[in-house]
Design a protein around this ligand. Structure first.
Ligand SMILES: [Fe+2]
Ligand SMILES: [Fe+2]
Length: 259
């Protein structure tokens, strides 16, 4: 039974559910139901972004029996059917965040997919050809989505969810040549302006499971293949505990505007 003074969040990304995944994920989600009060899914929920894959996942998620919040990943866009993928999962009770915020038992959750572009001095700048500017603008827009979601939250604890990594630390382990396609330090800026309790992301299957933002916030890469490889004796999700706000604290919180 979950302890009453904490809320336990299980997080995992990069499930890459296929049409053949039926029956293979239920046991993981049943373990989530035993271990956590809520499940956070960090993108690449499906392998090719197909509605059939989303239906399989929606069915498997029935075993989780806790509130589920998700962001989409690049794979969920592959077939240009992301709106239907989103609808199928929403119909199954999954709350999908794309620059929005929500609350679970008084803990704020802000989510966006994020985008690529690289880190620090190596980050791609909006200069030169129009396609380069469009690429960089996509990353800027995703960072703004995360920022506007975080700005809506008034809860004492806040969690940020992304698919792409906001820091280079949790992509270490991948080939250096692809670091710039695994995330972008523009995504870290909102996490400095609006500090959070923890950040979860996926996408870097061969990255590093833990890192920190420049202001010391823990960042967890929860890509399922990485968790399976790094912690072979544990269920493939990351668990964190957040203090449960008291009834008095919750009554005093301004409502989160979930536009
Ligand atoms: Fe992935
Ligand atoms: Fe991905």
């Amino acid at each position: 039974m979950p302890s009453s003074d904490v809320i336990r969040f299980a997080a995992v990304g990069d499930i890459h559910c296929t049409k053949d995944s039926s029956g293979t994920l239920r046991s993981v989600f049943a373990q989530v139901a035993d271990a956590a009060d809520a499940l956070l899914l960090c993108g690449d929920l499906t392998d090719y972004g197909l509605p059939e894959e989303a239906k399989v996942l929606a069915d498997e998620l029935g075993a989780a029996r806790v509130p589920i919040v998700a962001v989409l990943g690049n794979h969920d866009y592959e077939s240009d059917a992301q709106d239907e993928v989103r609808r199928i999962l929403a119909d199954a009770g999954v709350r999908i965040l794309d620059g929005e915020a929500c609350e679970i038992e008084g803990v704020g959750i802000a989510g966006a997919k994020g985008f690529a572009g690289g880190y620090g001095r190596g980050a791609l700048g909006a200069w030169g050809e129009r396609p380069i500017k469009q690429f960089v603008n996509e990353a800027i827009q995703e960072a703004l989505k995360l920022e506007s979601a975080l700005a809506k939250l008034r809860t004492p604890d806040r969690i940020a969810m992304l698919h792409y990594s906001p820091i280079v630390g949790t992509v270490q382990g991948e080939p250096r040549e692809i670091f710039a396609f695994l995330g972008c330090s523009r995504l870290e800026d909102p996490l400095i302006r609006y500090p959070v309790t923890a950040v979860f992301h996926g996408h870097a299957h061969r990255g590093c499971p833990e890192g920190k933002t420049v202001n010391g916030t823990p960042v967890y890469n929860v890509a399922m293949p990485l968790l399976r490889r790094t912690y072979p004796d544990q269920p493939p999700f990351r668990l964190i505990e957040v203090p449960r706000p008291s009834a008095t604290e919750r009554a005093a919180m301004p409502a989160t505007t979930t536009a």
